[in-house]
Design a protein around this ligand. Structure first.
Ligand code: MF3
Ligand code: CO
Ligand code: CO
Length: 270
């Protein structure tokens, strides 16, 4: 990639982007958000996750973007679909969804070189009250993390906002996976931790692009990766949920690139 037009790097190796770059990220993020809107009606008991992935693959093609995950480190699908106690990186399969399942669908596209990375929770049929609470707390923790984004705050402030809220609800934050810088690359510095202490970590500056993508468990935070080398599950088999947005730091706060065009980010709004 010719990077003579790229903005400067901070001392922590975090790229600072221009106003034109924000527009590119907004367009890529909106393609991802539209796909996450449009897949919602296809989630129901009896559906398979590989059929959902097939539909997502078609939607990516129809959008004029390309999938960032097909071919990424040998991954072969346009989405990760993580059901119940799967924390992240669930591989679409012929396994059938059943009533009461909760699932995260994570899609990343590349449009004109810019990456749009987002995930949301979906539900199959009626779900138990404790699953509903987990999904709500996870969503709220992402939004509290985003509200801590403004120049002068630090990445530790984001992590602290998420962790303190989740733990106040007697749930736990996964430590083994984190958010990441992105832009014209999928995964760039910094690691965006979903736990931390106020005032620690790199300082946020206008023009930084990154994801926030907290994974929250009803039980303990520990995870393990299955023999397929992708699927991460909770060690104690407790339910796990995740939401992810791609955002940019503006002069006064943040811009969310992956906001739902239909206002459907939250599963109960479909
Ligand atoms: N979209 C995921 C993230 O949030 C990464 C998926 S990589 C894959 O960073 F290869 F598993 F698809
Ligand atoms: Co991500
Ligand atoms: Co993602």
């Amino acid at each position: 990639m010719d990077d003579k037009h790229d903005g400067p790097l901070t001392k922590d190796g975090i790229r600072l982007h221009s106003e034109a770059d924000f527009a590119g990220m907004h367009r890529a993020g909106q393609v991802t958000a539209r796909i996450l809107d449009d897949i919602a009606e296809h989630v129901f008991p009896g559906q398979t996750t590989e059929e959902l992935d097939r539909l997502i693959t078609q939607m990516v093609e129809a959008s004029g973007a390309t999938s960032a995950t097909i071919g990424y480190r040998g991954y072969q699908h346009a989405s990760c679909i993580s059901v119940n106690h799967v924390v992240c990186h669930g591989i679409p399969s012929n396994k059938v969804l059943k009533a009461g399942d909760i699932l995260n669908i994570d899609v990343t596209v590349i449009l004109d070189g810019w990456f749009g990375d987002s995930s949301r929770m979906y539900v199959a049929g009626e779900i138990p009250r404790k699953a509903e609470r987990l999904v709500q707390v996870t969503y709220d923790s992402l939004m509290l993390g985003i509200e801590a984004v403004r120049p002068g705050n630090t990445f530790g402030d984001i992590g602290h906002a998420i962790q303190s809220y989740v733990e106040s609800q007697r749930m736990s934050v996964v430590r083994d996976f984190c958010g990441h810088g992105l832009g014209r690359v999928f995964h760039a510095p910094p690691n965006v931790l979903h736990y931390g202490r106020p005032g620690t970590g790199p300082r946020l500056e206008e023009g930084m692009f990154f994801t926030i993508e907290p994974m929250v468990n009803l039980g303990r935070p520990e995870t393990k990766v299955l023999a397929d080398d992708w699927t991460a599950v909770t060690r104690d088999k407790s339910l796990s949920a995740q939401f992810e947005h791609s955002i940019g730091v503006t002069a006064t706060g943040f811009e969310i690139f992956t906001l739902s065009p239909k206002g459907k980010f939250h599963p109960t709004w479909r």
